[in-house]
Ligand binder design. Sequence first.
Ligand code: AN7
Length: 353
Amino acid sequence: MSEAPRLGVLARWAEVLPLTPETPRITLGEGDTPLVRSVAIERELGVDELWFKLESSNPTGSFKDRGMVVAVAKAMERGAQAVLCASTGNTSASAAAYAARCGLQASILVPRGRVAVGKLAQAVAFGARIVEVEGSFDDALVLARTVAETHPIALVNSVNPDRIEGQKTAAYEICESLGDAPDALAIPVGNAGNITAYWKGFTECAERDFATLHPRMLGFQAAGAAPIVGGEPVADPRTVATAIRIGNPASWQPAERARDESGGRIDAVTDEEILDAYGLLASAEGLFVEPASAASVAGLRKLSGQGTLRGGRVVAVLTGSGLKDPETAESHATPDVARAGATLEGVERALGL
Ligand code: AN7
């Protein structure tokens, strides 16, 4: 039996993307990620259905690939030979991968000492030029925007509308899988591009009669990096969820529009709540995600505890893989490890048999 090859985002969603005959149809097999029903947290929350969108199944292990494939293809169409981004890690891993694939130079600006090791390892493996900036992600993004304005290098941060176009395809996939939009979508918020992209996707799905509903958009920032919740930029954002350690999101206004137009909310979750959800996703659902991704589930648990989470069908976006950040995994769980000599007796004793 043969299986159809994965089409990738450009081929699968060509009709809803800004492609021309000249856009190169590049792919690393991104998109078409699993939508998996919860077996434990759904009951705890008391919602009718809880589904997880496993964006860690994308080729570089995060949702960024959906937008990056469009941004890199459009940059190539315009003649670019180099791409640039500022990143807390996942955007740079994705940019580096697609650049390697397409023979472009990738340069990435990362806040020094604040990027999970797996993400840096990816950038190294793909051969990106890595600039460790002595500052925050927000500083790095300002610098990247300025560099791209004055040099022939394509900016592939989510301020690039091609990124948003690509990322909106996840909303189309959810509507296709469920036969309609969900009642609510829970999503972590950092630079706020993804919540913007999902809302655009769900809005288009309703316009195209792919869906009858508009989901309430439930965005969650880390409490130490919650500028939208607090109503002002955070100069020194801090959180264990380094992916969303962002104090002045580029898509701030579009994220507020998504919240308000959908009747949703953007709330904050503490690092403790994030790590509790991170542990629960792994131990009770078998899903190893990175801390930022657990913010969506932490937020749902918070709303449920307050009695403000309505029932219905809820989708939580799990944005990136736990393998990206092994240091957090090792420091925040107690490993159940025993040593044994290489004997049957020793192993049986270690296993408690
Ligand atoms: C796993 O890689 O900003 O609100 O530079 O890596 O669209 O920013 C990553 C963000 C959620 C937040 N989950 O999405 C970057 C970067 C994970 C992430 C977010 C990010 P946005």
